[in-house]
Ligand binder design. Sequence first.
Ligand code: SF4
Length: 261
Amino acid sequence: MTKDTGRTRHILALSGGKDSAALAVYLRDKIPDLEYVFLDTGHELPETGEFLDRMRAILGIDVKRIEPKRSFEDWLKIKGFYLPSPQKRWCTEVLKIKPYEDYIGTDKVCSYIGLRADEDRDGYISSKPNIIPRYPFIEDQMVYSDIEDLLESSGLGFPAYHRWRSRSGCYFCFFQQKVEWLNLYKEHKELFLKAMDFEKVDSQTGKRFTWCQDESLEELLNRADQIRSNHDAYFKPAIKGKKLIDRLGDNITRTCIVCDL
Ligand code: SF4
């Protein structure tokens, strides 16, 4: 943990998503001593690692990787094998927020957050009084098209997973849509199978621990044709070739403010 030097530190926590990446571009020359960190859950997409490497190379920045003291697997045991869900989102707290706050310690920090002026969601606000949230895109009234411009003009572009998935975060994130689970199977079958391994049935009570509330990943896979035909977005010829975020829209179930920015 870094010692309190008495000065204010400036930190941007990158999620591996487009908005925090665009904020890195935006702030790079405005705040020379900005620290860049990435809160690694240990269950990230390979594309996220590649995108962070691109940021390091193109922006010439150092991105410090911060890991939680306990792994997701350890926490899952502690939580009685209850997989995290939108209602019980313990993963964000223990894998992202706590490690970030531990990293900061008692230092006074301006924590920069990539929320845009055209978004209607709350940002992560630490309860710790030494962490002051800053929202440069909101302060400067910047919207989605500005973020696109920043990413394209810097040469960084969008994260590669946007071709098949709309948001950053863990490969098993329960916020993803069913078609995105199918896309995960198609793009990274081994990660889909790892996610399947976390699903359990309690042999005594029959209770099912699944990522989706109404079906297991095996059941979801068995319904692939039905899911795809119900969800014309992935194969719709008129929009084929566009990023999935353009097809699904940017405001779909975006409740994970810490992981998805
Ligand atoms: S990306 Fe999803 S699964 Fe991963 S920590 Fe965030 S909310 Fe949890």
